[in-house]
Design a protein around this ligand. Structure first.
Ligand code: PLP
Length: 484
């Protein structure tokens, strides 16, 4: 094709010497696209200006001008003699609709898998607080030890070392007394919930879920053939009396007793005893999602519901997704003694625990006190970030409500919170629309739930100001925001 150079470099740069756009601009635009499409990964080293200039047959200054523009738009970062790199957190651009044969079933709640957390994103621990060095040292050691072991099948409940550490940890941190035989290591909370539904034959029954409540849990139940019945929460947590009135036949209640998701209140002592009494008297079950049990800021966490369970009706789920990393896919369920054998059998045949390398590494991390130190540090960081976020939000948003590791901006009834959340994605922010946490239209509240765990380098203020612009663009009058 006359006039067109095709140069297959690392990102297939195509320059058109007849185009109106200058060569620097073309290079800038191609590299931007390669970064956006993930062909150039975050942190990747760029070729030097000289090498790329030679490769493309252009002057070195042409490439340098393109790199400078990319650095200005925060897509590249120049590190002196070390070279030029793709930034680790490229700013987002308005997302283009990419045609896809498969519609994402979780599109409302899940963002790009494997992408770094966005500003205000809920449910992801602080990236910069993870103890990378100590963790990788331990992990490597266990990977080496494991390589020399016989090629046999491991215990489907997970490594005994980790289960024993969890026995000690749960007694100390969550007030739960149990034996290692009652613990089954799972693929996070989601894996534990799946195992419970299978082992307990909950199919075709009803379950109480909290409203507002964790959307993925609601979806999970519906997908496996359990009818989720939303039950309101108030300042004391789930309204047990409403549950009894609305779904007396429910086979179990799924609760976040420690810190309600997303509002953050702790299930009160009165509600705890009502819930336990309901389960005990009617042979029903309670599944406690203790996902933030270890991350109570400010005060000491109330003991987990299982610590009060004398009748063996509570299944306690823990996860390392919030305390270490969701990428580990590591959690566990503690079941009452009478169910331990049944759970072990089901785990053995359909849901065996994941690699012991990981289990044993986490066991050592707990045993050596790293976990406790890490949690202390995270709590300090989160408390500080939460305060900073509230400080940044207060002038722009009058009606705020504190969650656990989050803040809720309350908006007037009927506000377009889902649209605002979608638009915010284009600015590298992932607030969660409060209305999506509700099932019943007549109870639905509107707002934006903002996670405080990851703070951008420039602080929360620019994001808050952008959010306010998005809210204003929808003509929302904040003076009508409801108190919650
Ligand atoms: C309410 C709630 N429970 C549990 C989890 C953790 O799930 P998993 O352990 O599957 O990552 C989350 C994560 O966001 C959550 O919000």
């Amino acid at each position: 094709m006359p006039g067109i150079d095709k140069n297959s470099g690392p990102f297939n740069l195509t320059l058109n010497r007849e185009a109106r756009a200058g060569l620097s601009e073309q290079i800038r635009s191609e590299i931007t696209q390669a970064i956006r499409e993930g062909r150039l990964k975050a942190g990747a080293r760029m070729p030097s200006c000289r090498d790329l200039a030679v490769q493309l047959g252009v002057a070195r200054g042409t490439v340098r001008a393109a790199y400078d523009m990319l650095a200005d738009s925060q897509l590249l970062v120049a590190k002196g003699a070390a070279g030029t790199f793709v930034t680790r957190y490229p700013p987002a651009t308005p997302a283009k609709a990419t045609p896809s044969a498969v519609t994402m079933p979780l599109s409302d709640i899940a963002y790009d898998f494997d992408a770094p957390p966005l500003t205000f994103q809920m449910g992801v621990p602080a990236e910069d607080a993870f103890p990378v060095n100590v963790w990788s040292r331990i992990l490597q050691r266990h990977a080496r030890t494991m390589s020399g072991r016989p090629m046999s099948y491991p215990d489907p409940r997970g490594s005994l070392a980790l289960r024993q550490e969890l026995v000690a940890w749960l007694a100390m941190a969550r007030g739960v007394n149990c034996q290692a035989e009652q613990i089954i290591i799972t693929n996070g909370y989601a894996g534990a919930l799946g195992l419970i539904c299978l082992a307990m034959n909950f199919h075709a029954s009803q379950a109480w879920i909290e409203e507002p409540g964790y959307l993925l849990a609601c979806k999970a139940l519906a997908l496996v053939g359990i009818e989720p019945v939303p039950i309101s929460v108030d300042e004391q947590g789930i309204l047990v009396s409403e549950g009894i009135a609305r779904a007396p036949q429910a086979s179990f209640a799924l609760v976040t007793a420690g810190q309600q998701a997303p509002l953050g209140m702790t299930l009160s002592p009165v509600r705890r005893s009502e819930l336990l009494a309901w389960a005990e008297e009617n042979n029903r079950w309670i599944v406690d999602d203790d996902y933030l049990g270890e991350l109570q800021l400010g005060s000491r966490a109330a003991p987990a519901l299982a610590s009060l369970d004398t009748a063996g009706r509570v299944m306690h789920i823990g996860t390392f997704s919030k305390t270490l990393s969701p990428s580990l896919r590591l959690g566990f369920v503690v079941v009452p003694p009478a169910l331990a054998a049944r759970f072990a059998d089901i785990a053995a045949v359909v849901a065996p625990a994941s690699s012991f390398v990981l289990h044993n590494a986490v066991a050592e991390f707990l045993r050596e006190g790293h976990f406790l130190r890490h949690l202390r540090r995270m709590k300090r960081i989160y408390a500080d970030r939460l305060e900073k976020m509230i400080e940044a939000l207060t002038p722009s948003f009058p009606e705020l409500r504190r969650g656990a590791l989050a803040v809720v901006i309350m908006l007037p009834p009927g506000s377009a919170d889902r649209a605002i959340a979608r638009e915010a994605l284009a600015w590298g922010m992932a607030p969660s629309p409060l209305s999506a946490w509700y099932q019943r239209d007549e109870l639905r509240q509107y707002g934006l739930v903002l996670g405080a765990t990851n703070m951008p380098r420039e602080g929360f203020l620019p994001g808050v100001q952008k959010l306010r612009q998005l809210v204003d663009a929808h003509g929302i009058s904040l003076s009508l925001a409801v108190k919650f």
